[in-house]
Design a protein around this ligand. Structure first.
Ligand code: SF4
Length: 433
């Protein structure tokens, strides 16, 4: 059964209750970055991988400016520009690609994984990168290079989907875990190395010994997967990756995402339950870290409690972050917009949201801006393209992409995560005093 929310200009938008939460579903103009953006953090994580975007000069400019590459650095990404003659069919784009890849691998012998990344132009001209990857694997596989392909295009995607598509493309290359292997934990989603190392130390202290992270830092360290694999997600935007891991027999551990004290504790609890670690051992192991994080959050709570925040749909982190801000810092949620509502992945965070909070799935940017102006929240979390106009209208904003680029997971980063939300309010306070 559907309800109808009142909307301006007599237009009806169907709303469905989400376990007591109203969900506004919108399909309209979107303001998001494309999936190529994921290359910025993926290439830093996978140290012997190279990302070759098959796209236009626009794609090259996006990557160059998003990654902020220094002129003397040899970045591990590039764009093979589709020229007019390719678009006009005067040259065979597959031949051109073979030539570019051959030159690249000859110049950069350290590359072990090569990702061919599709873009809007390559999809528009229907360049078959799957076929190209197969052919290039036959040619360069004997030299120890594996070639993968995925789409990072801006056609029907939001920017974190690039990582999902990349990892889903990697799953078929993961070795098979023997059916009688010890149960093993696979933490899925790109984490900064410093955060990954912290979690590895916590799992070791808890007594969970078989722990791997995906994606790995090096291509030779691809983790095995099979029926004994327990998947613990570190990022909420990996629906396709999880599906492909489940198809390989793995089990998904349902948990909130490890933001703040409560989120991190419940995330670790899900792992402990799966490995029969007593909750008292978890409590004793994590108590000092949790206490430190609680103290760090307290300073920010004074700024944030009672303030109203609105999320525009962008990073797919919105539901877990809304849970963190409402539950752990006392913020009120004016509206939580998400590009997609993956209930099976964000369910535990969704269930912890305050009753009655307005959720919006998809985007119709003009309508959202109207609701934002009417609500006048204290803080708006949105993409770069919306932040400046909203600041000019007197609203404090936080760029959602910063939440992806910064280390924000786990106990030790809880204070830094809260700081990302207090900073715009402090800045506005200073400017208006
Ligand atoms: S993939 Fe599409 S949206 Fe992304 S930079 Fe290239 S043309 Fe633009």
């Amino acid at each position: 059964m559907t309800a109808t929310l009142p909307t301006p200009a007599g237009c009806a938008v169907p709303a469905r209750p989400e376990k007591g939460l109203p969900v506004l579903r919108e399909r309209g103009q979107r303001e998001v970055f494309c999936g190529l953006t994921g290359i910025v953090w993926l290439h830093r994580k996978m140290q012997d991988a190279f990302f070759l975007v098959v796209g236009s000069r626009t794609c090259a400019h996006l990557l160059q400016s998003a990654a902020g590459v220094m002129i003397f650095a040899e970045p591990r990404f590039a764009t093979a520009i589709i020229e007019d003659k390719d678009l006009a069919g005067r040259s065979d784009a597959q031949d051109e690609l073979d030539r570019v890849v051959g030159e690249l691998l000859a110049r950069r012998p350290g590359i072990r994984s090569l990702f061919l990344v599709g873009s809007c132009p390559s999809e528009v001209i229907k360049l078959d990168l799957g076929r190209a990857a197969e052919r290039l694997n036959r040619r360069h596989g004997p030299a120890g290079v594996r070639v993968f392909n995925y789409s990072g295009s801006g056609i029907e995607t939001t920017f974190t989907q690039g990582e999902d598509a990349c990892l889903a493309a990697l799953v078929p290359a993961l070795p098979e875990a023997p059916a009688d292997a010890e149960p093993n934990l696979l933490v899925v989603g790109t984490l900064p190395d410093i955060v990954e190392d912290q979690f590895a130390r916590i799992f070791a202290a808890l007594g969970i010994e078989q722990v791997r992270f995906f994606p790995p830092r090096r291509s030779a360290e691809l983790p095995a997967v099979g029926p004994t694999t327990r998947v613990l997600l570190a990022q909420p935007f990996l629906a396709d990756t999880v599906r492909t891991l489940l198809e390989r027999g793995a089990t998904h551990l349902r948990a909130p995402f490890p933001f703040g004290v409560s989120g991190t504790t419940r995330w670790l609890t899900a792992a402990c339950d799966a490995f029969h670690i007593p909750s008292e051992h978890l409590r004793r192991t994590c108590l000092p870290m949790a206490e430190r994080a609680r103290v760090a959050l307290e300073a920010h709570r004074r700024w944030l409690a009672g303030k109203r925040v609105m999320f525009f749909p962008d990073s797919q982190l919105e539901i877990p972050l809304a849970r963190f801000l409402a539950e752990e810092l006392g913020m009120e949620l004016a509206e939580v917009g998400v590009p997609y509502l993956h209930r099976e992945l964000v369910g535990p965070d969704l269930e912890a949201l305050p009753r009655g909070v307005q959720l919006a799935e998809g985007q119709d940017v003009d309508r959202q801006l109207d609701r934002c102006r009417a609500a006048r929240p204290d803080l708006v979390v949105c993409g770069l393209g919306l932040a400046n106009p909203l600041e000019a209208e007197g609203l404090a904003t936080k760029w959602s992409i910063e939440l992806i680029f910064s280390p924000v997971h786990g106990y030790d980063q809880a204070g830094d995560l809260a700081e990302l939300f207090t900073r715009p309010l402090r800045r506005r306070n200073v400017l208006t005093v």
